[in-house]
Ligand binder design. Sequence first.
Ligand code: I6G
Length: 676
Amino acid sequence: MPASAATRKKIESLREEIRYHDYRYHTLDDIEIPDAEYDRLVRELKQLEEEFPELVTTDSPTQRVGAEPSETLATVEHRLPMLSLDNAFAEEELREFHARVAEKLEFEDGAPDLLYSAEPKLDGAAVSLLYENGSLVRAATRGDGTTGEDITHNVRTIESVPLRLMGDNFPETLEVRGEVFMPRAGFEAYNEKAREAGEKTFVNPRNAAAGSLRQLDAKLTAERPLDMYVYSVGLTEGATLPDRHSEIIVVLRSWGLKTCPESRVVKGVEGCLEYYDALGEKRDSLDYDIDGVVYKVDSIAMQRELGFVSRAPRWAIAHKFPAQEELTTVEDVEFQVGRTGALTPVARLTPVFVGGVTVSNATLHNIDELHRKDVRVGDTVIVRRAGDVIPEVVSVIKKRRPRETKKVELPELCPICGSHVKREDGEAVARCSGGLFCRAQRTEALKHFVSRRALDIEGLGAKLIEQLVAEDRLADPSDLFRLTTTELSQRERMGDKSADNLVRSIEQSKSTTLPRFLFALGIREVGEATAAGLASYFGSLPAIVNSSEKDLTKVPDVGPIVAKRVRNFFDEQHNLDVINKLQGLGVHWADTEPMEIAEDGPLTGRTFVITGTLPSMTRDEAKDLIQREGGKVTGSVSGKTDYLLAGEKAGSKLAKAQSLNVTVLSEADLLSLIAS
Ligand code: I6G
């Protein structure tokens, strides 16, 4: 039976509605309807399209993934070449660029007020999208700028790329350019899954984006969490666009295309530099990799006047951030022993300037990771340093491997104390079995014990601890409380006053809290949050020491593994002896009432993550509330998270929750969930 006019109308209105909500979700990040309602609309449209296949159109929201993989990627000629940008690496080069612009535009005052549109330069893959009468008809890679590859089937799977433009005032032909990228959260989640499945991981989000776009089978691309920001217009026919770049961006956004929320109009070269510094500060907290800032003269008329030089516009420049990845060689690999005995392979590198500092050591995480990357002494490697994160070896350039390299194996004995190195089944980490007999473990345990979030002993630095351990003056933490001013003041570079201050701060640290004390003990898997959870659930140390593994797992956040670690720790008499000695020397805290947790509360079985600033409670208060009502609170968003409680200034956790389709709640939503 042919479809009635009413059915046709219904199908079109469902499509419109779905497109609108896609736009709100992907482009504006501001949803209007719950997921279930959106799913219902999609289901209804799918049913109608199944019933009336002749009404299926390629720009229907149900048609993102095509049926057949293609055999090769066809070549596409760009009607307007996709140009590249000149780079500026130093402030001086940016000033020279601005001076050239001002001169060519015949400004006599150096154009201090000239407006530029500034936005981040994303580290992804440049793509052109062609819309004919509002429908996406072709997507292509930049290629050599003149010819690229047809990647329409793959780009159609990117949910933030509209298959149909919104509104009706778009040009008949509209070609836009932008960057396809893989958000960091999606990249991490994708790699985690690939690692678990023993599949190949991506080296960085840029390779992930570029590789995903070149798939022959769009079903594979559809599984990759890709996104796209549009940043300029190529070919247009049948409409005139605004005469400022910043206004064109606003119009593109109104047609449903996603543009970078960080773009701003700035004044003169000073405005550019301010933007560059501010974005540099923000760089590590963005949910996508960027490698610089692009400034464009905002006036399109001025852009026309400036024109092009060879293959780059004279009116735009990319101002690069210091590279976060560089090449260097591995001179040696050594094993560091941490607080819990974990052996971490560390590559000793030929020093290289990366991420703004000179790096000569980089972590290889663990022996499996080292073997997976097949890092050998003598290899040329990519080293990465992003923000304040410890530099890491990303990958080996196999083509540059010299004939003679040295493979690295896990040592059988601890390089520090000679105890056996052991590895529990299924664990990636190998550990020294020496415990506090191992000086490295003792040193790290003591550093942890005195650290700010533990007993907070000010003035007791890492160097002094290392020296005192090396002199066998500190066998366990209780020895800290036996240090005297006289003894300390005789040390090199320690005056009477510093010694006195240190002894005073050791004395002050005796008055502590149960969460701090538990955390300070350095029990494996017991971080600050778990220590706080144990303390508020049990209220006192004896209650914890005497609890069974089963009781321990009743504590929110504590699973069987953590419970076992806690039990094992308190089953060791020497640990109880240290605690007794510490208490005997005056370390004390106040106990609290044990916590009552609803056995069958409204949140039982639900896992929450909290982020941002909530309107009326602190995050700790929200956590307590959730736990009392039976819910669990964890620190990071994963596939196991049911809800993200998000307040203002929610950052990457919100992005990750959205990429994993985790329900996002406001404080008010949480309160009504509890009341319901
Ligand atoms: O490669 C680019 C990255 C970002 C660009 C670009 C951009 O704007 C934010 N803009 C132009 C005009 C070109 N390449 C050629």
